[in-house]
Design a protein around this ligand. Structure first.
Ligand SMILES: Nc1nc2c(ncn2[C@@H]2O[C@H](COP(=O)(O)OP(=O)(O)OP(=O)(O)O)[C@@H](O)[C@H]2O)c(=O)[nH]1
Ligand SMILES: [Mg+2]
Length: 648
């Protein structure tokens, strides 16, 4: 837990140093639109860096109890409802969004009748029922949070509409009550907004309902579980590993990075009639069994007692807490997660810093060059008569005219740029995507068999991928056109220009592919498909469409900001060069008119040059400060760095 707080503090320090570096660049006028974009994005990333941990398992394995024990024992009682039988009825997220008051937001189950996925509803506050949370009173808070286990009776017709009932599914048919109704969850999704210290640091906890609820909520399978940084799979020592446990593990989790298995309820083995070593051996044996069945190594399975850990923490019984072994799971969770998150953040920030420094150096170098040229020009005027100076005035003027003509020629390439940009936007058009989504939806409606529905969904993925690939090719085309234009312009006017940044859409293509993979995992095999699974598949497609829309929106945003900055190196340089020319013209003119003394002017330029050198040194020190804060592992060192930094 401390690790998470430290990571949060590290992020805050890096953000602070980065912010002052940005401020200094701005003051020195050495940052362009592209640079501003990099800083804003990096600061956002540091602020919103979330760490999500999902708990997935069959019902009653103790997921919720584990969450209570790991994160919320400081409330002095069980905060999320945990009890025998099915308890958590809807996916429940715990997080802190400072924009909202402490509350629980609940999405009614009836929304499952529509075409929208839970993800879509996130942007629509109207659809959620909001209940405030009374932070002062843990009892009241617990009572409000019991909403996540609420259910109600529904007719089979209604339940079928939500994809929650299927007469051909023997398990579901058995759940029918004598009056012909079945019990369904009251809510589809819950988001608990809580200003808890860990949640404030960016931790997001996802509790899921057990049983086939995981399989019926596409948002879980397609989005929340795959995107979680850690997934904890919970088994219980008293039930052992059942067939349905294995099924959940295979379809929804599987071995991989950030995946951990927990063997809960080891207190069931605390038999007073057995010796300590005998109990120990028993636990070890179960741990090995679990590992073998899940295809993990034994050390990747954590035996714990969530219940005893919670009791131990609440009652201050440290011996009991020790015996619960929760400590080992806790440190493994954070020791594994945080260094990795940090390494990713560090890598991104280093790349950002390099780009910023390169941009700054280029602008500085250009400005220095202008200064040096002007100084040379002024020095060459020493001892010259009026007419030579007059000649110089005309030469600068000619140079400026030529430059302006060059700018005019650039207008032509701008038109090409605009045309290509429009073509790019068309490829990524949201309307076209919406059209294709509707087409798949209607062709799904006309096939009665779920197996027949897979074709259109596959084509949908194919189409989405093709559009992104084509868009990527268009981006490359624009980039090479811009490169040529930059090189030509730089050569014609003797400027050094850096080439525009490049953009890759590969990560969006990869995301489409991973969504498709999840779809295939769940629906790809013919055997799993009952005819009546059609409603479920439709629900899934809605979620898939929603995810793909999000990918396209992200790709559009990338393209938009890239197009905005693609031109900036050229434009900033042009502006700087033109200002330089204008200034030269004015200076020479004033000396020609004898309103300024030559020596005085030379003095001004010389001190300007020295000042610029100073700025360069100061900015490199600031940039180095950010890098040191980035690398600082201990709080002490990085505090020292930021202290030194503040005085710099
Ligand atoms: N003996 C013992 N009981 C536990 C332990 N952890 C949880 N339980 C009990 O097991 C029951 C189920 O726990 P929950 O936390 O509700 O389980 P869940 O996995 O969240 O179940 P669903 O919400 O229904 O999916 C509750 O009665 C808990 O008190 C444990 O370590 N030891
Ligand atoms: Mg639960």
């Amino acid at each position: 837990m401390q690790d998470l707080q430290q990571y949060g503090a590290w992020r805050a320090r890096v953000a602070a140093t980065l912010d002052s570096y940005g401020g200094a660049l701005r003051d020195a006028g050495l940052i362009d639109v592209a640079g501003e974009q990099i800083i804003a994005r990096a600061l956002n990333r540091l602020r919103d860096d979330r760490l999500s941990v999902a708990f997935v398992a069959e019902f009653s394995r103790g997921k919720t109890e584990l969450i209570n024990a790991l994160f919320f024992s400081d409330y002095g009682q069980r905060i999320l409802p945990s009890s025998a039988g099915r308890t958590t009825m809807c996916p429940t997220e715990l997080l802190w969004d400072p924009q909202l008051p402490p509350c629980i937001r609940l999405l009614p189950i009836e929304t499952r009748a529509g075409d929208l996925s839970t993800g879509d509803y996130r942007d629509d506050p109207e659809s959620w029922t909001v209940l405030p949370l009374d932070l002062e009173n843990a009892e009241n808070m617990h009572a409000t949070l019991r909403q996540v286990s609420q259910t109600r009776q529904a007719s089979t017709v209604e339940a079928e509409r939500y994809g929650l009932y299927d007469q051909h599914d023997p398990d579901l048919a058995a759940s029918m009550d004598s009056d012909g109704t079945i019990e369904i969850p009251r809510w589809r999704h819950a988001i608990i907004n809580l200003p808890h210290p860990l949640l404030k640091q960016g931790l997001v906890v996802l509790d899921t309902p057990g049983l086939n609820a995981i399989g019926t909520e596409p948002e879980l399978t397609l989005n929340l579980i795959p995107s979680a940084h850690a997934v904890l799979f919970v088994l219980a020592a008293d039930t052992g590993v059942t067939k349905s446990d294995i099924e959940v593990w295979r379809t929804h989790i599987g071995a991989g990075a950030g995946r951990m298995a927990v063997l809960n309820k080891i207190d069931a083995m605390w038999d007073e009639l057995k010796t300590g070593p005998a109990i120990e051996a028993e636990i070890k044996r179960q741990q090995n069994d679990v590992a073998r069945l899940l295809g993990l190594e034994s050390r990747q399975v954590y035996p714990v007692s969530a219940h005893k850990a919670l009791v131990g923490r609440i009652s201050g019984d440290m011996a009991l807490f020790e015996r619960s072994r929760l400590g080992a799971l806790e440190s493994a969770l954070f020791n594994e997660l945080i260094p990795e998150r940090r390494a990713i953040a560090e890598r991104q920030l280093r790349a950002d810093l390099e780009t910023l420094a390169a941009g700054q150096q280029m602008l500085l170098a250009a400005r220095l060059r202008e200064l040096v040229e002007q100084l040379q020009e002024l020095r060459s005027l020493r001892g010259k008569n009026q007419s030579v100076i007059g000649h110089m005035v005309r030469r600068v003027e000619a140079e400026k005219k030529e430059f302006d003509a060059g700018l005019f020629k650039l207008q032509g390439t701008r038109a090409v740029f605009t045309r290509l940009s429009t073509e790019l936007y068309t490829l990524l058009g949201m309307d076209a995507l919406q059209g294709r989504t509707a087409a798949v939806r209607s062709s799904m409606g006309s096939v009665r068999f779920a197996t027949g529905m897979r074709g259109p969904v596959r084509e949908f993925f194919e189409g989405a991928r093709a559009s992104l690939l084509e868009a990527g090719a268009k981006v490359d085309e624009i980039k090479s056109m811009m490169d040529v234009m930059h090189r030509k312009f730089a050569a014609e006017h003797g400027l050094t220009l850096s080439l525009p940044p490049s953009l890759s859409l590969a990560r969006h293509v990869a995301e489409i592919e991973s969504i498709e993979e999840l779809f295939v995992r769940q629906f790809g095999t013919a055997t799993l498909l009952m005819t009546s699974r059609a409603t479920l598949l439709e629900r899934f497609f809605d979620s898939i469409a929603s995810r793909v829309r999000r990918v396209f929106r992200a790709a559009n945003a990338d393209v938009e900001s890239w197009l905005k900055v693609a031109n900036t190196p050229l434009e900033t340089q042009i502006r700087q060069h033109r200002d330089g020319l204008r200034q030269r013209q004015a200076t020479v003119q004033r000396i020609h008119d004898a309103s300024d003394s030559l020596e005085q002017k030379i003095g001004v330029f010389e001190s300007g040059q020295a000042e610029l050198e100073n700025t360069r040194a100061r900015l490199s020190a600031l940039a180095a400060g950010v890098t040191t804060t980035l690398a600082a592992t201990s709080v002490a060192t990085s505090m020292a760095v930021s202290a030194a930094y503040d005085t710099a």
